[in-house]
Design a protein around this ligand. Sequence first.
Ligand SMILES: Nc1ncnc2c1ncn2[C@@H]1O[C@H](COP(=O)(O)OP(=O)(O)OP(=O)(O)O)[C@@H](O)[C@H]1O
Ligand SMILES: [Mg+2]
Length: 333
Amino acid sequence: MRRLFVTIFLWFWLTLIAVALIIVLLFARAGLGYRSLVRLSLHDLLLFSVAGGIFCYFISRYLTKPLNKLSEAAANIAEGRLDTRVDPSLRNRRDEIADLARNFDRMAERIEALVTGQRRLLGDVSHELRSPLSRLIVALSLVKQGPAEEAAENLDRIALEARRLDTLIGQLLALTRIDSGVDRGSPASFDLTNLVQEVANDGDFEARARNRSVLIKQAGACTVSGFEELLRSAVENVVRNAIRYTVEGTAVEISLQIGDSRALLRVRDYGPGVSKSMLSEIFLPFRRIANDNSGAGLGLAIAERAVNVHRGTIRAMNAPEGGLVVTIDLPLA
Ligand SMILES: Nc1ncnc2c1ncn2[C@@H]1O[C@H](COP(=O)(O)OP(=O)(O)OP(=O)(O)O)[C@@H](O)[C@H]1O
Ligand SMILES: [Mg+2]
């Protein structure tokens, strides 16, 4: 038998007997003689002890059984069975134990999602690192063994793959830094309108070299509280994608609308858009539309995490006339 069960049982039982004794004593003082008191108390005490014992047994079981179930579920999770959830009967109670069970399940769900996400990311990362690395190894062996006149071309390939690896690792570091919260500093108020203006100016400079442009259609004034550089990287990623996909001669349009409690940033391009099934997928690491390997595939995953840190949301949808619209919805300070 468990210690908590025995302790609860004994406490209840002894308390009941003590209360019974006090009642009997008071009863005796009120007029009954000593003899009848002994007879009465012994008789009653016996009955009372048995009935009290049964009552206390059930109370102790009622209190300790859910704890045993919770303890079992915790042990399962500790052993790596992350899909374990507590018995549904616990969640249906209407007491603090039900709150504990629900919170336990929420914790288990979160841990399972985090661990599964990390495992998948690790698998994806290994896969993504492998391709440039094997191309680099092939180019290296060609430099060594191939004709001398092709050496320069192969060296260029090596440089390109090394740059790709560097970008990929840099993006991965950015992603894990956001998740872990290191190097973030303390939140501060900053001018969101100014941030958007700066990103748009830089984007426009980049876009003009490719016969495209970036245009701010509307920009309300607003200040938000958070991490400026983090949010800048989110907006930059979205604007850069839009510049990459918008067709030649068109402009990426940016608008910043300010409501009572939220700021809504909208970035719209005139490119091919994204198929419906991929609209939410593109925010997962390394999810790219088919045959598109021009980027590392982490920009939107970084953007989503950066926006989530600010308790905001990011979404993508296709404009009715074509092109992708990415919206970032942020609560104001
Ligand atoms: N504006 C857009 N129009 C069409 N497709 C897009 C657009 N933005 C993103 N995508 C698709 O979503 C994928 C994921 O975008 P994301 O920014 O995460 O990665 P990336 O741009 O490929 O690489 P990175 O940003 O890490 O350099 C892209 O590869 C592309 O297939
Ligand atoms: Mg990108």
